[in-house]
Write a protein that binds this ligand. Structure first.
Ligand code: NAG
Ligand code: NAG
Length: 290
């Protein structure tokens, strides 16, 4: 009897988890260059990757698979020294004009000045949901864990397991939420010196090129997108897995305290307080994000 019951359990878990993907660490298996491959490489065992920016071009890699919900991690060590005008990124994006996108962008700075972490959300092709932060450490000295956690109820941007931003699902109250199409994972390094550093005042110093950002240990604990049927399949897969489960949708008390600490001490810009820019605030701005 016990044997039969555990067999049923195994079958059930298999059915529920069939879309679940654990993409781990190995860049050549899980990602490819879509831009700038000529001056970049995946050295050694494929755990590390160097993104390069020089006067010929930047670099971008993208995941082979698309995901709907998951916890997507990347460890990144940013361009050191005078990185003004460079932008390194780690983001999720779907295809097409009405695309969704969840961004981490790292805006370089002149030597000794702090990086800015720029986050944004595109929904149905429309962005303008920026929040920006300074960091509480030097992101060029070592690798740090940047994670985008996306489940049916909320999106959380984490740095070293500290939540810096939350975007909750208020779809039932007229706020758009990304839950109808899969997204690929991208990482890139490019020239953003027309806007990135002090609003475009600090240009790239090409004498310091090539610029190199190091990425490692890409890990996607995520549900694979296989077209529209994934909308239902991935919602149940996600519900069955602790790292994205809506059951655990509430940040813990200590995570909420950390989120507040970041907002109080390191937030530079929040579109939701930019009354100069928006005549009418976006609808999510009046909803609690913890
Ligand atoms: C990176 O951060 C995420 C979010 O807190 C966490 O789930 C994950 O375990 C961390 N990864 C490592 C390798 O520590
Ligand atoms: C660069 O440094 C200046 C001066 O400290 C700071 O105001 C700015 O936020 C920093 N980051 C960027 C991307 O400009």
């Amino acid at each position: 009897m016990a044997g039969a019951r555990s067999l049923i359990m195994v079958v059930l878990v298999f059915v529920i988890a069939s879309n679940l993907l654990l993409v781990n660490a190995n860049f050549p298996k899980s990602m490819y260059f879509n831009w700038g491959a000529h001056h970049s490489s995946i050295p050694g065992n494929g755990e590390n990757i160097q993104l390069v920016l020089d006067q010929t071009s930047g670099t971008c890699i993208q995941s082979k698979k698309e995901f709907l919900y998951g916890s997507i991690e990347m460890q990144i060590k940013l361009v050191p020294g005078n990185s003004a005008g460079t932008v390194a990124s780690f983001y999720l994006s779907s295809m097409g004009g009405k695309h969704n996108e969840l961004d981490f962008e790292f805006l370089g700075n002149v030597t000794g000045r702090p990086y800015t972490v720029h986050t944004n959300v595109f929904l149905q092709g429309k962005a303008e949901r920026e929040q920006e932060f300074h960091l509480w450490f030097d992101p060029t000295a070592d690798y740090h864990n940047y994670t985008i956690h996306w489940n049916p109820t909320e999106i959380v941007w984490y740095i070293d397991s500290i939540p810096i931003r939350v975007y909750k699902n208020y779809e039932s109250e007229g706020v758009p939420y990304p839950n109808e199409q899969g997204m690929r994972v991208y990482s890139s390094l490019w020239n953003g010196d027309n806007w990135a550093t002090r609003g475009g005042l600090d240009k790239i110093d090409w004498n310091a090129a090539p610029f190199v950002a190091n990425y490692r240990r890409f890990r996607a604990r995520a549900c694979e997108w296989n077209g529209p049927k994934s909308i239902r399949d991935c919602a149940s897969t996600t519900a069955a897995n602790w790292w994205t489960s809506p059951v655990y949708k509430q940040l813990t008390r200590s995570q909420r305290d950390k989120l507040k600490w970041v907002r109080d001490n390191y937030m530079l810009y929040n579109y939701c307080t930019d009354t100069w820019r928006f005549r009418e605030m976006p609808p999510e701005c009046s909803k609690p994000q913890y």
